[in-house]
Design a protein around this ligand. Structure first.
Ligand code: FE2
Ligand code: FE2
Ligand code: FE2
Length: 230
C-alpha cells in the first residue's frame, strides 16, 4: 500500500497533524515571540467555565473516540490485507488517517480551552473483514446520526464556534466512511484488487475516491494538498 502526501509512519500522523491546525485556531504562528499576559478575573472565570462545559466533555469524548477509531482501522486494514481484500485495506488506511486528523482537530480545541486531551486506547477487537466492515458501518453511522449532531447542537448552545467547526468537519467525513464501508461490504469480492486511490483532506479528514475534486467540498483545501492512499 502506498501513501503520499505525508511520508511519516501513520503512528506519528496524529502528533504531526496537531502542528498543522493553526488555521482552525485562527492563524496563530509558531514563530511569534512569547508575550507576557496578565489574566484578568473575567478570563479566569471563563477558563473555569470552559473546563466545566458540556462541550469540553464532548470534545474529550470525541477525541477518545477518534483516537480509538484510528487504532481500530489500522488493525482492520492489516487484517484485510492478510485476507486478500487489498482495496478494503486501502480504505481502512485512508479512514484511519482521517480519524487521526479529527483527533488532532479536537485536541487543538481542547488545548485552546485550557485543558489536556485525554484518550484511553483499547486493544482493537479484530474479526473477519466482513465483520470489521459491519462494525465500521455501525460506528460511523452512530457518529453521523447521533453523536456529532448532538455535540454540534450543544456547542452551538455553548457558543463555541471552534467546536462546531471541528465536529462538523468530522461528521461530513464519517458520512463518507459509512458510504464506502457499505459499498465494500456489499461487493466484497470486487474489493480484492487494489485499483482505487483514496484522497484524504489534511484539514478536515474528508475522504473521497474522486480524483477530480479541485477543492475539498467541506473546507475548501486544494486537492494537491490531499493525502493520497493507494
Ligand atoms: Fe472521525
Ligand atoms: Fe470515520
Ligand atoms: Fe477538507
Amino acid at each position: 500500500m502506498k501513501r503520499f502526501g505525508i511520508n511519516k509512519p501513520t503512528a506519528t500522523l496524529l502528533s504531526l497533524l496537531t502542528l498543522g491546525f493553526f488555521t482552525l485556531l485562527g492563524g496563530c504562528s509558531q514563530n511569534q515571540p512569547p508575550t507576557a499576559t496578565v489574566e484578568s478575573e473575567s478570563q479566569n472565570t471563563e477558563t473555569v467555565s470552559n473546563q466545566e462545559s458540556a462541550t469540553l466533555k464532548n470534545l474529550q469524548a470525541a477525541y477518545n473516540g477518534e483516537s480509538n477509531a484510528h487504532a481500530r482501522y489500522l488493525a482492520f486494514s492489516k487484517k484485510a490485507e492478510e485476507e486478500g481484500y487489498l482495496q478494503v485495506a486501502t480504505l481502512f488506511q485512508a479512514a484511519a488517517d482521517a480519524e487521526a486528523i479529527h483527533a488532532a482537530n479536537h485536541a487543538a480545541i481542547i488545548r485552546k480551552m485550557g485543558a489536556k486531551p485525554e484518550a484511553t486506547i483499547a486493544t482493537p477487537e479484530v474479526k473477519s473483514t466482513l465483520e470489521n466492515l459491519e462494525e465500521g458501518i455501525s460506528g460511523e453511522s452512530y457518529e453521523r446520526d447521533t453523536m456529532y449532531p448532538e455535540f454540534i447542537e450543544q456547542a452551538r448552545k455553548d457558543g463555541n464556534q471552534d467546536a462546531v467547526v471541528t465536529f462538523t468537519y468530522a461528521v461530513e467525513a464519517e458520512t463518507e466512511h459509512a458510504k464506502y464501508y457499505a459499498q465494500a461490504k456489499d461487493n466484497l469480492d470486487d474489493w480484492r484488487e487494489n485499483t482505487m486511490t483514496f484522497y484524504v483532506c489534511p484539514e478536515c479528514g474528508y475522504t473521497t475516491n474522486d480524483p477530480n475534486l479541485a477543492v475539498c467540498p467541506e473546507c475548501g483545501t486544494a486537492n494537491n494538498l490531499f493525502l493520497s492512499v493507494s
